[in-house]
Design a protein around this ligand. Sequence first.
Ligand code: SF4
Length: 252
Amino acid sequence: MEPILTEISELQRLGAGLDGRPPHEVLAHAVERFPRMTFATGFGVEGCALIDVIARHSLRVDLFTLDTGLLFPETLELWRRLEDRYGVTVRAVRPERSVPEQAAEFGDRLWERAPDLCCSMRKVLPLKSALAGFDAWVSAIRRDQTRERSSTSVVEWDEKFGLVKVSPLANWTSADVWSYVRTHDVPFNPLHERGYPSIGCLPCTSPVFPGEDPRAGRWRGLERKECGIHSRSERSQLTPFRKERPGNVRVG
Ligand code: SF4
């Protein structure tokens, strides 16, 4: 099937018109315009809320998750719980290499030495493959999460992945999300109640202390707070990488 042709000006108009509308209205409009739509969820509380919205309003949106092989057991359990609760399938999209294969080729615990490369291989490249053939993808990001996300439009062109990106929760706050989840009794990760406001791969996620930024526990000790999926800069490379030898990995 041919990709749907889209003018940037149309996306800007659509984004402006839908900003502030409830997430189900944003998604319903977007699905009508971009029928081949998928949602890449990491099972954060925002993602759980959106799965509820999609199921509650019977929206035709494909669902998948990036199963890096390094997810928390609690996240894996939540994945099953959401599928059972809503009668949906959240497809697993996996990296080319398993964790042991990556360790054999690049050395153990690559995330400690080269997190950009690890995220590139385990998240960004699999996402790029998974999005091929879709007109649009849904993301659960909010503007107030990071400086990088503050300019997110509800509907915009995703230059990095080459398709439309729809962010129905862009103008929601954390309180809005939790209010929705409590009101609709949406399943969520129990780690959120144990000091983990933001949850990614197990080796790169730690609890946060009172007063810290909600994403302070992601890649603690490093400046990076994004895995490269939602960043507009090319910090996380989509270009092929080159390996010199384990323990001395160079991207370029
Ligand atoms: Fe690797 Fe950490 Fe990125 Fe997961 S979050 S892909 S373990 S660097």
